[in-house]
Design a protein around this ligand. Sequence first.
Ligand SMILES: Cc1cc2nc3c(=O)[nH]c(=O)nc-3n(C[C@H](O)[C@H](O)[C@H](O)COP(=O)(O)OP(=O)(O)OC[C@H]3O[C@@H](n4cnc5c(N)ncnc54)[C@H](O)[C@@H]3O)c2cc1C
Length: 664
Amino acid sequence: MYYSSGNYEAFVRPLKPEGVDKKSAYIVGSGLAALSAACFLVRDGQMKGANVHVLEKEDVPGGACDGLYINDIGYVMRGGREMDNHFECMWDLFRSIPSIETPGVSVLDEYYWLNKKDPNFSLCRATHKRGQDAHTDKKFGLSDKGAEEIMKLYLTPDEDLYNKRINEVFDEEVFESNFWMYWRTMFAFENWHSALEMKRYLQRYVHHIGGLPDFTALRFTRYNQYESMILPMIKYLEGFGVSFEYGVKVDNVKFDIQKEKKVATAIEVTRDGKKEFIPLTENDLVFITNGGCVENAAMGSQNKPAPFDASLHEGGGWDMWHRIALQDPSFGHPEKFDYDPEQTNWMSATVTTLDDKVIPYIKNICHRDPFSGGVVTGGIVTAKDSSWLLSWTINRQPQFRDQPKDQCLVWVYALFSDKPGDYVNKPMRECTGKEICEEWLYHLGVPMDEIEDLAENSCNTVPVMMPYITAFFMPREAGDRPDVVPEGAVNFAFLGQFAETPRDTIFTTEYSIRTGMEAVYTLLNIDRGVPEVWGSTFDVRDLLHATVALRDGRPLNDGSMGPVVDAALKAAMLKIRGTEIEKLLKEYHVIEEPEKKDVQTVIKDTVTDGVQKAKDGINAVKEKLPKNAEEAKDLVAENKTALAAGAAVAVALGAIAHLTHKKK
Ligand SMILES: Cc1cc2nc3c(=O)[nH]c(=O)nc-3n(C[C@H](O)[C@H](O)[C@H](O)COP(=O)(O)OP(=O)(O)OC[C@H]3O[C@@H](n4cnc5c(N)ncnc54)[C@H](O)[C@@H]3O)c2cc1C
């Protein structure tokens, strides 16, 4: 397997790999990673569909990408996917998956046209004081020190970040900025999560830094991702005759580990309560989705809290990975990720509005009609003063193809499930759907005496607790996740969020799909490049743009960097004068030409500034008359600038007098 970029390899079909007709594949799981592995096996590997077996413990495919209507409970989506135009493996795949909505077009065509016609952006990113616009106004609000901390992390080698937490590399300068509010609510990072992953994210999405505050960076599917992504993949695979076996728990995979060679020899499964062995030869490939961010996810209902049960069961993604990991050090360390669900859980809830009573409060914040069919909130809205750190979003309606036209689906989530709410005064994890809805309505600004009634009669809310949702963000080091294809592996690979692939970032659809592609291309030796992770971190234009964006548009030469750096900058600017570098820096507003002023304006500005500083100095001296020489010395030292300004004013006034006199 090798990486490539550019058009030459993007559109070609690889030759059929040698010996593929003798091979078969067993895929553990049916999430995005597993389904994409199956798609790449049949599309690029040209393996017979009948030789591909998907083993899934649940009774529906899709894993984390769900979207369900459950009788007597209601609509539920555990999550919604923010996506990017540079999900390179994903778009490589979805260009080939036919849409199930529009005959003759691909899922990619459909998605591209939709997001071109109806681009995403938010009109209110955050609220406070119960539904009032918090006016973050696209600003990051970082101090120079905060921006420096981010730059420093960006440039720190991976090894120096092993097992480190974000709160070891950032302090209040970052944590108290809008930047951190945007970042942690958008990507679900907690202050105690991995500094290494934070760095990877910064590098991976450096091209989007400017688009973070208002979500112009994002794109969304038409419906929930189960309907817009999973169902088309299933239909495509069924067309090849791929077999799907649901309700089959993979308890373990057995390996023969030799010095130079590792071979998977059997899969242990439980089917209908009975244990079975699937024996394997070197021609039987096994693709294992290990761990899992929605393992142990549990649903509540309008009148029932979602249970928080993090215990690991046989046949679950974590238990299976523990058993596999015991067999070889290169199979990773699941205990680095699943040891403390208190650090890795959060909750979401799907609110369905049942009448039009809540809609005006929504419109008041997002300034769009939820029933227009187009972008509504344009990404999450965060109630930044909420104790749960609650955010909510409304994607294009309907979110389900069969959703009644007068109902609106809202996705609510909060990062702190253990903190009492501001209205319900209970931790989210103890709340029923109705109570979570009350807390949301409170932060929307619904009058206090209407909240309970609206939550009870105008909405139906289904909560979900996900104990391991951010397990992949736990501090880690090299080797904690197995490589997609570990060294010496002959017939097996790891897939998904807990397999290691360089440079890409977890908690994304792309990451899972990339692992599927890399696994298949490696094990079948497919002779075509896998698209490399988008290389914006190596593109000087993106770096320049991000530098200025983090400073809320201020150029570097605005005189704010301190005397030493400012002087160095001035010297550097002289050196690059008239070169392509100067042109580039100006184009990206990294440096700006000081405003050209005529002599009189310069003198006027100097005098005004000087007069002000002198006044400040005189006031300071007046307030604190020195009692002795020592105090007088201190006072002069403290007010050096003001006194110098006074002197400058005197000189400037003298110069003006002189010039005027000469003119006469
Ligand atoms: C709430 C939420 C929000 C998200 N937001 C975004 C976003 O904004 N943008 C974005 O790009 N991505 C987002 N994601 C991430 C993305 O959806 C996931 O990364 C991706 O869907 C994971 O796919 P996967 O195949 O790697 O794993 P999973 O979807 O977890 O699939 C694993 C599958 O394996 C099965 N399995 C596990 N163990 C066994 C076993 N022993 N035997 C049989 N079957 C087994 C599981 O049942 C499951 O079906 C979000 C996910 C969630 C949950």
